[in-house]
Design a protein around this ligand. Structure first.
Ligand code: GLU
Ligand code: ZN
Length: 298
């Protein structure tokens, strides 16, 4: 029996917006191997907080696909759709401390902002407005917030200037990814967040929320994300091909190669279990390319 190191807890947290693709395999394998190599636990969470973006059956598809690829998660799967009460309690904490406000800006006004930082229009609205729809935003006064990423190195944002007052709960009642992620990483006792570098710029916001809520801050390692030949990130939105279980050994080998682990060629002629054994035994976070994106041709 492998000895479990209770001081390492990792996770994979896909959104059920479609089937897993090669980009998801990178995040799943990277977080899994780092947990296994550290004799830690590895949890599976389904980030199903945005029903309009979800695809029916995707949660089951994801679980099946992970099983087919030989992933073994510890404990029960956590569904974010069951966690509203915890998000609500966190919001309440922020509200009590005057850190949350009611934003009634219309969709049009917000759209006009585009990528620009929220101008603080509703900052002083600390009571729910009668008869109007609103989103809940965090009052962000923090400056430089950063982290020492285990792969990408030092990264920081001036939250007030670069991000501004961000949304915690949308006007349709759905909780924001940052809110749910910060609360649940703490709830699950996650010590190491290993995920795609497309989320690096979300991390200062999540750290800020964790600080405000008095939650522990995990270590972060942001893996390079896979881009297609057009230089675009592989994603469900640009219809990246679903993982084909019939090619799982090859795809896992490709993922190891992508992650800089230099798997030997002859690993392609052994069974899946032996590939995982080799990968866990030889896993080195230091070998992962320190870039945010790499092309993958399949
Ligand atoms: N659910 C998010 C996604 O699929 C990732 C969450 C995370 O790893 O923090 O993009
Ligand atoms: Zn507003």
């Amino acid at each position: 029996m492998a000895v479990i190191n209770s001081s390492y807890v990792g996770r994979f947290a896909p959104s059920p917006t479609g089937p897993l693709h090669f980009g998801s395999l990178i995040a799943a394998a990277g977080s899994y191997l780092d947990a296994r190599a550290n004799r830690g636990r590895w949890l599976l969470r389904i980030d199903d907080i945005d029903p309009p973006r979800e695809q029916p059956g995707a949660t089951d598809d994801i679980r099946r696909s992970l099983e087919q690829f030989g992933f073994e998660w510890d404990g029960p799967v956590l569904l974010q759709s069951t966690r509203s009460e915890a998000y609500r309690a966190a919001l309440e904490q922020l509200r009590e401390r005057g850190l949350m406000f009611y934003c009634t800006c219309s969709r049009k006004q917000i759209a006009e902002e585009g990528d620009k930082v929220y101008p603080g229009t509703c900052r002083e609205r600390i009571e729910p407005p009668a008869g109007q729809e609103y989103a809940l935003r965090l009052r962000v006064d923090a400056g430089e917030t950063g982290l020492a990423d285990l792969i990408q190195g030092a990264y920081a944002q001036d939250l007030r200037i670069e991000i501004g007052d961000f949304v915690l709960q949308r006007r349709d009642g759905l909780y924001s990814y940052h809110m749910a992620c910060s609360v649940d990483d703490a709830f699950q006792g996650i010590t190491h967040v290993v995920r795609g570098a497309d989320l690096l710029d979300s991390t200062p916001r999540q750290i800020h929320l964790q600080q405000l809520l008095g939650l522990p801050i995990p270590h972060y390692a942001h893996l390079p994300v896979a881009a297609g030949p057009n230089g675009q990130k592989l994603s469900k939105q640009n219809l990246a091909r679903a993982l084909d279980a019939a090619r799982r050994e090859q795809l896992l080998w490709d993922a190891l190669q992508f992650l800089g682990q230099q798997p030997p060629r002859d690993l392609l002629s052994v069974d899946l279990k032996s590939i995982w054994e080799w990968a866990a035994k030889n896993w080195s976070l230091n070998k992962v390319p320190k870039v945010s994106m790499q092309t993958y041709k399949n």
